[in-house]
Design a binder for this molecule. Structure first.
Ligand code: UD1
Ligand code: CA
Length: 457
C-alpha cells in the first residue's frame, strides 16, 4: 500500500519552558522528532512530510534528510490546519493512505504501526488507548454497537463523554483520496477556535467510510512529551526497554536502572556492566568485556576480555582484546590499542596507536603518537605534540623503554629497543638499542653548608 507519513511537529511546547522547539529535545541522545522519523522510515513510505512551526527554521535545519519534506505551519490553527498546509506537498506524490504521527510521541513502535497499516486504505483507522486518567485527551465516542462515532475533545466534550476512558492518541491512518474533501469541511466552530483533525471521524461516517480503532502493543507507545517531567519519564521507559533487551541477550547489568544507552550498544557473550555507565553512538563490546562503574563509552569498539576500570571515558577509540584501561583514563578520538595493551590511571591519549602489549600506566599524555609493541612508557610522560601552531607526531618503536617524567618534543622518533632516562627532554631522535638521557649529571658539593639566619649565633 503506497503510504505517506505526515508528522505533526509545529507546536511550541510551552510547558517545556525552553527556547528549543519541543520536538528537538533529546530522548536517549536523539531529538524526539528523530525517533518518530526513524520509526516512520521502517515503514518504507513514499514520502515523509514534517509540519513544523514554532522555532523558525531550527527544526528543518537540525533534522535534515533527503527523504524528508518540511512544510511550515504559521500560525498554528490546529491539527486539521496542519494537515491542510501539508496537502500540496502530499499531492505531488499521491499515496493511497496517509499515516499521521506526532513529533512529540517518540516511542510509537513499528509493530503497532504495521498492524494499523494492515487495516488498509479504505478505512479511517484511529490508534486509541484506555487510560486511568483520560483528562486532556480527545475521547472516543462509540455507539450501542460499539462502533466509533466521533471524538469529543476535552474542552468540547459533554459530561457523559468526559467519563469515557478510551482516548484518541492522535495517530491515525487516513484514506488519502478522502483527505482533501474532509479537510475542506473542517471549521473552527469549537471551544478552541481551531481546525480539529478529529472532526474527520464524523465526516468519514457521513461518507460511509468505516472508522476502525487499533490499540498499540504497549500503552507507553502513545505517550507524548509536554513537559520535562514527561520527557524524563519517557527516557526511563526507553532505557528500561534497552536494559531488558540486553539482559535477555545475556548481558550482566548490575543495575538495569542505572544504565543509559544513547545509540546502539552491541554486546558479545558474558559482558559485565557495572552501575552508572553511559554508552553513546555506535558501541561494540566483545565477549567477556567488563565495564567498571561510572564509565562512558562513545562510538568505540572494545575487544574481547578487555577490562575498563571505573571512571574511564572512551571516545571514538578502537580497543583490542585483553586490554586494561583505567581507572580514570581518557581515550580521545583516534586512539587505537592493540592486544594486551594497558592504559592506567590519569592517562590521556589522542590520535595514538598503541601496539600489542605496550603499557602507559600512570599520569601521562600521549597524543599524535605511534607506539610500537611491548613499549613501556613511565609515569608522567608527555608527548609535546603542539608547537603552538602545528601538531607533530611522535614515533616510539617496539620494545622501547621511556623513563618517568620524560618529554618527547615532536616530531621525534625513539628507535627500537631504545631506553630514555628518567627526566629526559627529547628534542632529537633517540637511536635504537641505546640509552639516551638529557638530564644534568648528578653531583654532590662536598662541605656545603645551609645558610644560617642572620643575627642568630
Ligand atoms: C490532539 C487531539 C486529541 C488527542 C491529542 C493527543 C485534535 C483536535 N485533538 O489534541 O484528540 O487526544 O492530540 O495528544 O487533533 N500540532 C501542530 N499544529 C497545530 C496544532 C498541533 O503541528 O496547529 C501538533 C503538536 O505539535 C503536537 C500535536 O499536533 O505534536 C498535537 O497537538 P496538541 O496541541 O498537543 O494536542 P491537542 O490538539 O490538544
Ligand atoms: Ca492543544
Amino acid at each position: 500500500m503506497p503510504l505517506n507519513v505526515l508528522i505533526l511537529a509545529a507546536g511550541r511546547g510551552v510547558r517545556m519552558r525552553s527556547a528549543l522547539p519541543k520536538v528537538l529535545h533529546p530522548l536517549a541522545g536523539r531529538p524526539l522528532l528523530q525517533h518518530t522519523i526513524d520509526t516512520a522510515r521502517l515503514l518504507t513510505p513514499r514520502k515523509i512530510c514534517v509540519v513544523y512551526g514554532y522555532g523558525g527554521e531550527t527544526v528543518p535545519q537540525t533534522i535534515a534528510g533527503d527523504d524528508l519534506v518540511f512544510v511550515k505551519q504559521e500560525p498554528q490553527l490546529g491539527t486539521g490546519h496542519a494537515l491542510m498546509q501539508a496537502m500540496p506537498a502530499l499531492a505531488a506524490n499521491p499515496a493511497s493512505a496517509t499515516l499521521v504521527l506526532y513529533g512529540d510521541v517518540p516511542l510509537i513502535g513499528r509493530e503497532t504501526l504495521t498492524r494499523m497499516l494492515a487495516n488498509g486504505d479504505r478505512r479511517l483507522t484511529l490508534l486509541t488507548v484506555a487510560l486511568g486518567d483520560p483528562t486532556g485527551y480527545g475521547r472516543i465516542v462509540r455507539d450501542a454497537q460499539n462502533a466509533v462515532r466521533a471524538i469529543g475533545e476535552q474542552k468540547d466534550a459533554s459530561e457523559a463523554q468526559l467519563n469515557i476512558t478510551e482516548i484518541n492518541t492522535g495517530i491515525m491512518l487516513i484514506p488519502t483520496a478522502c483527505l482533501p474533501g474532509w479537510l475542506a469541511k473542517l471549521t473552527t466552530e469549537n471551544a478552541q477556535g481551531e481546525y480539529y483533525l478529529t472532526d474527520i471521524v464524523a465526516l468519514a461516517i457521513a461518507d460511509g467510510v468505516e472508522v476502525a480503532a487499533a490499540q498499540p502493543n504497549h500503552n507507553w507507545e502513545a505517550l507524548g512529551v509536554n513537559s520535562k517531567a514527561q520527557l524524563a519519564s519517557l527516557e526511563r521507559i526507553y532505557q528500561q526497554n534497552i536494559a531488558d533487551a540486553l539482559l535477555e541477550a545475556g548481558v550482566t547489568l548490575v543495575d538495569p536502572a542505572r544504565l543509559d544507552v544513547r545509540g546502539n550498544l552491541r554486546c558479545g557473550a558474558d559482558v559485565f556492566i557495572d552501575i552508572n555507565c553511559v554508552f553513546e553512538g555506535e558501541v561494540v563490546l566483545g565477549d567477556g568485556v567488563r565495564i567498571g562503574a561510572n564509565c562512558v563509552v562513545r562510538n568505540s569498539t572494545v575487544g574481547a576480555q578487555t577490562r575498563l576500570e571505573p571512571f574511564s571515558l572512551i571516545d571514538d577509540a578502537q580497543v583490542g582484546a585483553d586490554c586494561s584501561i583505567g581507572p580514570f583514563a581518557r581515550l580521545r578520538p583516534g586512539t587505537t590499542m592493540g592486544m594486551g595493551a594497558k592504559i592506567g590511571n590519569f592517562v590521556e591519549t589522542k590520535k595514538a596507536v598503541i601496539g600489542d602489549g605496550s603499557k602507559i600506566n600512570h599520569l601521562s599524555y600521549v597524543g599524535d603518537t605511534d607506539v610500537g609493541r611491548n613499549v613501556n612508557i613511565g609515569a608522567g610522560t608527555i608527548t609535546c605534540n603542539y608547537d603552538g601552531v602545528n601538531k607533530h607526531r611522535t614515533v616510539i618503536e617496539d620494545d622501547a623503554f621511556i623513563g618517568s617524567d620524560t618529554q618527547l618534543v615532536a616530531p621525534v622518533t625513539v628507535g627500537r629497543g631504545a631506553t630514555l632516562g628518567a627526566g629526559t627532554t627529547l628534542t632529537a631522535d633517540a637511536p635504537a638499542g641505546q640509552l639516551t638521557i638529557s638530564r644534568a649529571r648528578q653531583s654532590t658539593i662536598a662541605g656545603w653548608k645551609r645558610p644560617v639566619k642572620k643575627g642568630k649565633q
